[in-house]
Design a protein around this ligand. Structure first.
Ligand code: NAD
Length: 415
């Protein structure tokens, strides 16, 4: 990470990878061939990734007795960028989730999930080509922070006592059997997420950022998230963005026609439009008018639901990539959004596109855009040719069924 806050990537970086559990090794093997081939083709050997295998998950537990060895965490810290396959969530005791541990330890506050349609992909949408969004999901706060207490425990009793006796809360419907979860949402946490989303829209010349929230009901958490977002947009990105709040103000002062004209001129002048949508309405709009949405900034729980719902519109989790990023330190872990699908482990049948496209995100993050583009185009061609793995094959009326490894080979051939 350079002193100017920009990533400086050497031509021969060392990048740690975790193969992952279940279907992880199958799809990793297919994916890494694609990465190496694209980099070779784009840079003629001048650039090359030196892959460093690190352990986590079941393989690690078998070999070392630890699910997430300190050496792995240290490698992720030292090398900044890493890529991983899915990991089993250990059942019972110890570590809650290896992914959550990584996100917390490295403070990876952005969960980035692009949702892009590849022509020919089976989709439940009428016009799936209109879906082209990038989700910025806050990754460290919200009801997901893990601050929760089971009813009947001394902690829950203590909290209940505080709420009822000291805070005068009268809204506990069944106080004797209530469990509690706390939803922390901070100004700093909201700001760094929304700042990253706006910067991403500017860097990639995208038309809008939509803040998705349930602020109509949860006013001081989700509502504050929205307001802090508008404040930040208007203060830090003045001149580069135009917000719905500014539009409302102009409308009040000068009338609707003037406000509309301002919006039109701003959009035409390349300003990013900052707007907001209430989460339930957004999920409807994402189906009915997907073309109206580009970058989405949202809190942790909303982001979880939205990611899978939108992924389904463009082919499902077999093709859904993701990244967890801290734009300030540069730390980033790229990973497929799906799990280990243990029933299909070592069958060489699953779709490696999720990891292949996570690698594309990684190459873009590193600034190796030529290699990223080669892969994106080749994946597109492979799907258009209807040479696909079982998940797509089952939904297509025709096509050629490929194994995981064969799909990787086909992508390389199509570069
Ligand atoms: P899953 O995502 O592993 O699988 C659900 C179904 O999705 C599979 O049965 C399969 O039909 C389909 N699928 C998944 N990946 C696919 C691919 N690449 N190509 C085609 N189809 C694919 O979800 P699950 O069964 O609920 O979870 C299994 C394990 O994975 C659990 O231990 C869970 O905690 C863990 N998990 C890990 C991560 C992660 O490491 N990031 C994420 C989610 C779940």
């Amino acid at each position: 990470m350079g002193s100017n806050g920009k990533l400086e990537v050497p031509h021969h970086p060392i990048i740690p990878f975790i193969e992952g559990d279940g279907i992880g090794p199958d799809i990793w093997r297919a994916s890494v061939r694609v990465f190496d081939a694209a980099i070779e083709k784009a840079y003629f050997g001048e650039r090359k990734i030196h892959w460093l295998k690190v352990l986590a998950g079941e393989e690690s537990f078998r070999q070392t007795g630890e699910w997430m060895p300190e050496a792995t965490m240290q490698a992720f810290k030292d090398y900044l960028i890493a890529i991983k396959g899915p990991l089993t969530t250990p059942v019972g005791g110890g570590i809650r989730s290896l992914n959550v541990a990584l996100r917390q330890e490295l403070d990876l506050y952005v969960c980035l999930r692009p949702v892009k349609y590849f022509e020919g992909t089976p989709s439940p949408m009428w016009q799936p080509e209109k879906v082209n969004m990038v989700i910025f999901r806050e990754n460290t706060e919200d009801i997901y922070a893990g601050i929760e207490y089971m009813t009947g425990t001394p902690e829950a009793e203590k909290l209940k006592h505080f709420l009822v006796e000291e805070m005068g809360v009268k809204k506990l419907r069944f106080p004797d059997t209530t469990s509690f979860g706390i939803k922390p949402v901070s100004k700093e946490g909201s700001e760094r997420l929304i700042r990253s989303a706006i910067q991403y829209a500017l860097d990639n010349k995208l038309p809008s950022v939509t803040i998705v929230h349930k602020g109509n009901i949860m006013k001081f958490t989700e509502g504050a998230f929205k307001n802090w977002g508008y404040d930040l947009a208007e203060n830090e990105f003045a001149g580069e963005v135009y917000t719905w709040r500014q539009w409302e103000k102009t409308k009040e002062e000068s009338g609707e026609a003037v406000a509309n004209e301002e919006m039109r001129i701003s959009a035409m002048g390349g300003k990013v439009i900052i707007k907001d949508a209430i989460a339930d309405n957004f999920l409807q709009q994402a189906l009915l008018n997907p073309q109206d949405y580009s970058v989405i900034a949202t809190l942790n729980l909303n982001g979880d639901y939205i990611s899978d719902a939108l992924a389904a519109q463009v082919g499902g989790i077999g093709i859904a990539p993701g990244a967890n990023i801290n734009y300030l330190t540069g730390h980033a872990v790229f990973e497929a959004t799906h799990g280990t699908a243990p029933r299909f482990a070592n069958t060489n049948t699953m779709n490696p596109s999720s990891v292949i496209l996570s690698g594309v995100m990684m190459l873009e993050y590193m600034g190796w855009r030529d290699a990223a583009e080669l892969i994106t185009n080749a994946v597109g061609k492979t799907i258009r040719n209807k040479t696909v793995t079982i998940d797509f094959y089952n939904l297509m009326k025709e096509g050629t069924l490929l194994k995981t490894s064969e799909f990787g080979d086909e992508v390389v051939r199509n570069m």
